[in-house]
Design a protein around this ligand. Structure first.
Ligand SMILES: [Zn+2]
Ligand SMILES: [Zn+2]
Ligand SMILES: [Zn+2]
Length: 91
């Protein structure tokens, strides 16, 4: 089974409370669909179904590899480098 080799870059497991929203969309007044959090620096960005795709844009800009869902009840993480979905901790 393929495994992610970027777990060293994970600094943040837990979501902020509350999750304010996509940082870029809030700045421009844009709408988002779902939220994702960068697990290296805590950046909150919107998903690829959102017009801004700011989570992916953050990865392209910073090369921070791993995001997690910032949606209520969703625990999954995703590595852009490996294109792998996984859970970092059992809930
Ligand atoms: Zn990885
Ligand atoms: Zn956004
Ligand atoms: Zn980041």
């Amino acid at each position: 089974m393929a495994t992610c080799s970027h777990l060293d870059s994970v600094e943040i497991l837990e979501l902020p409370d509350p999750v304010a929203g996509c940082e870029e969309c809030l700045a421009t007044g844009a709408q988002w669909v779902h939220l994702r959090m960068c697990q290296t620096c805590g950046h909150i960005g919107c998903c690829d179904n959102s017009p801004g795709r700011h989570a992916t844009a953050h990865n392209a800009e910073t090369h921070h590899p791993i995001i997690r869902s910032a949606e209520p009840g969703e625990q999954w993480s995703f590595c852009y480098e490996d294109e792998l979905m996984f859970r970092l901790r059992p809930s």
